[in-house]
Design a binder for this molecule. Sequence first.
Ligand SMILES: [Zn+2]
Length: 876
Amino acid sequence: MTTAQDEFRFWTDDDYDPAIPSIEQVLGYAPGERITWHRDAIRYFEALAEAAPDRVQIVEYAQSWQGRELIYVALSSADNMDRIEDVKAGMQSLRDPRQTPPDEAEAIIGNQPPVTWLSYGVHGNEISSTDAAMLTAYHLLASRGDERVADIMDDTVVVIDPMQNPDGRDRFIHHFTSSLGLEPDSDRLSAEHDEPWPGGRTNHYLFDMNRDWFIMTQPETRGRIAALQEWYPVVFVDAHEMGGDSTYFFAPEAVPYNPHLAADQTESLQLFGRNHARWFDEFGLDYFTREIYDAFYPGYGASWPSYYGGIAMTYEQASSRGLVFRQYDGNDLTYAYTVRNQFLTSLSTAETVAVNREKFLTDFYDYQVTAIEEGEQEENRAYLFPVQADQAAVTRISGLLTRQGVEVLRATGAFDACGIDYAAGSYLIRADQPAKRFVRTLLEPQVSMEDDFLAEQEERRANNLPDQIYDVTAWSLPHMFNVDMNICDRVPAGEFEAAGPELFIPAEVQGGEAQVAYLVPWGSAPAARLLAKGLLAGLDIKSNDLAFTNLGRDYPAGTLIIDVADNPGDLYGTMSELARETGAEVVAVNDSWVTDGPSFGSGNVVRFNAPRVAIAWDEPTAAYSAGNTRFVIERQFDYPVTPIRTDRLGSADLDRYQVLLLPLTAGGSYNSTLGEAGVENLKNWVSDGGVLIAMGNATRFLADPEVDLLAVRRERAVVEVEPGEEEEEGATVAGTYLTEEEQFRQRTIALEDSPYPVSGVMARADVHPEHWLAAGVAPVLNVLIRGSEIYTPIRIDDGVNVARFQGSDELLASGYLWEENRRQLAYKPFALSQPRGAGQVIAFTQDPTVRAYLDGLNVILVNAIFRGSAHARPVR
Ligand SMILES: [Zn+2]
């Protein structure tokens, strides 16, 4: 029995096999004495694999953006490792009851070691779990005094993913090491505990990878999702850290539960929680469960595995954010202590799986059986994507789902379902499949939270307490990609083939080599990618701002025109390659005669330039927004962006740049970073022909009366009750009788509050059809509303409300929205455009690049950058 006061010990028994190298032997320091770099952790696992090759397997499953390898380490008895491919095959069989009847399943379960998957450090500055990962592996291979170890190794497989985010981790360690002095300083004000922007939490493109699971924008996530579907672990742990003044959090998780999970999954969480509590009691450690950290959103590591039938959990250790941290009560929280706690829950997790081996395997199989049964019986039997304008977005959804184990079918002929005709190329997703719960969660327009949870949140708000909704309440893929999907209560008959994992389909030039021009119909991500790549390749590209008809075919506004006469050389070869690389539709035309709409030489046709694009970088920007925006432009559209530190923007000569993006801010403001002279510099640059684009709350900066780059103002909350009489100035005021509760409300209501912040809902915005910023954009956009930003509409003599939210009864597409926000958002702008001198000012009042997962907003964003630059008219 150890207490915190005794000499520090990781385990009660020190009897370890000397043939297995300890952390100290390989790395030169004891566990918890230093924060281990990515390279050193890999080195340690390699040493373990060398010492015990029959019990250790290291697999590289991905590479980070910066080229660091992501690995997982499988540990089990030599017998199990000998048949490790059969172990994986066993789980594959249990995953599909259509191939594996109950008697076969029973036979497999009798002889199958279940897999425990321990994932560490998805947030790079949550450091303790990686060192705990090394200690856990060492303990499982070397301990002779812990009788649980033999059961764990004989009856289960433990897979350790020691670093989900090596770029972020090394960024943290680099900052920490650079700040160190004589000795580690526990003072929270010390620079070593105070990370500079952007901090180590995120990956290279500053993504929170613990939100990325179902949307898979990052290579680290894609690798993990593929690996999990090879193994199907029955339990998946995502070990985190939280604020340093806290204790330790483990399962069961907080409400609200996602209603699509199976009941036994939430019940099993209790088994883990109870076992951890036993060990924490033995060591005399504090912990808590349930109060925070729900798993409602399906993009967490602690929720995604639930949708193939695993038990997914988050653990949270109070962080020392360094080697020692002074807690509010004067206790020094050491790194070793935090590593030990993560080590304890890791072992306790594996122990719980060993003890409940048969139950968890049976539950896993039953999860698939009941998923199929429910999919046969429930009302929603078929999810259907008709062939539509942005078919590329549908292909992408299909590929994303397929990569996550969903069976997607593509029609090879026409069919009808629920009275609607579908053409060949439409997609069908049947509910009667093992992934049914995942399908419902991702495709249905609404996933609702429990009523009593919501009632509690309304009560908290009424008392000026923050709500407990932890993340967005809406994520329906058809909304986010802005595509049409229908749900039918029966499975249609027709000819279908299985869709593959491809995210786009390469295209060919239609009509062969053109005499006059190539046309690229506008309105999809592939066309946007073609524009970006074409400009970089030096092509001369024009665009028709309005819809037109050529040779009997209607083209949408914004269609690209690439004239043969303007582009000498092998234009056909170039266009063929661009069509193949991007999947964009390219039509060769031999006659420029336009029968409806502007001709190719009209004043409504503009010529693109290849704009140099800059983005404000560093404080006061929100790291997520800066990084995610840069990612969308660089990696989804292959166009380079120059990040410029915000405090440089004040005095820099920006003439080289045509476009400047201002990401959301966190904390500070652009006004104070830029200063008066800096604001003047930006205004002059815009007037001379620059395109300034504000995202989300950066609109505050443009709308600030002192800055006045955009003729709108930010709104406060509506005060719905008469505030009552002004109070007199003076030490005392006249006494009054409050005889009604309403009078009490009048006297206590806040008069100058911002609107109450929204966790995240999808709202519909109507698009102005004639403005160039809306070229090719769907007539209705789905926008993710977060926070408390609401702006006044712009007056028509100042600019254009290019997209504005619908009326209060129509605007909510999905999620849970406070009543007064719903009313106040109605008819307020989402996208604003205001010319200024030779330049353009554009604002998106909500973040269009959040998590890089609102594909439905990509066309309007690309319009802002490229068409904004084409419509600015600097003196050249
Ligand atoms: Zn975390």
